[in-house]
Design a protein around this ligand. Structure first.
Ligand code: SF4
Length: 178
């Protein structure tokens, strides 16, 4: 695959801070899934979050089918916690345009992972079968069992556990192409 071409597309869509990783180097573990199941308030309330996702084993196989994954970095400080929803919704909606541009450029396997859980709709029915916007919904890396901490640290990207919402978040979207 010609990375120069897809890199141009990524930059044309407004993203300059990204690095490449191979799917086999993405760290997929059970612990993110267990964190989703026990402790996350979105469990069972999003059509793209557990349990409306494939098994961890299937997710690992899925990542291994991609040799080229652009990990796109977003850093954001919020004024108040309530702002996260709108920030995520707008950012994820814009990211879908990147997936489409990659697909139309001939990358038939182009698949995008949101940089946060799907927040496309005000009220999510909470299951894949009832999703109100099937064509626009995508999972996030964590929802697919990705250990985002271990994966992005391999690339030298920043990520830390935050203790206060006023600290800058480091979020990551994956554009998977072939
Ligand atoms: S598109 Fe809407 S209904 Fe579907 S998973 Fe996302 S928030 Fe839920």
């Amino acid at each position: 695959m010609d990375r120069a071409n897809i890199e141009s597309i990524i930059r044309e869509n407004g993203y300059d801070d990204f690095k490449w990783i191979s799917g086999k180097d993405v760290v997929v573990s059970q612990w993110p899934r267990f964190k989703c199941m026990y402790g996350c308030s979105s469990y069972g309330k999003k059509g793209t979050c557990p349990p409306s996702v494939p098994s961890v084993t299937e997710c690992r196989e899925f990542f291994c089918e991609y040799e080229h994954i652009a990990v796109i970095h977003f850093q954001k400080k919020l004024n108040k916690p309530e702002d996260r929803k709108e920030f995520s919704r707008k950012t994820n909606a814009k990211l879908l345009k990147l997936e489409r541009a990659a697909f139309l450029a001939g990358h038939q396997k182009a698949f995008l992972l949101f940089m946060d859980e799907c927040r496309m709709c005000e009220d999510c029915p909470g299951s894949r079968s009832e999703c109100k916007n099937l064509q626009l919904s995508r999972p996030c890396p964590e929802g697919l069992g990705v250990d985002v901490f271990a994966t992005v640290r391999k690339l030298g990207f920043p990520i830390e556990v935050l203790t206060d919402y006023k600290q800058a978040m480091n979020r990551y979207s994956f554009l998977m192409v072939e």
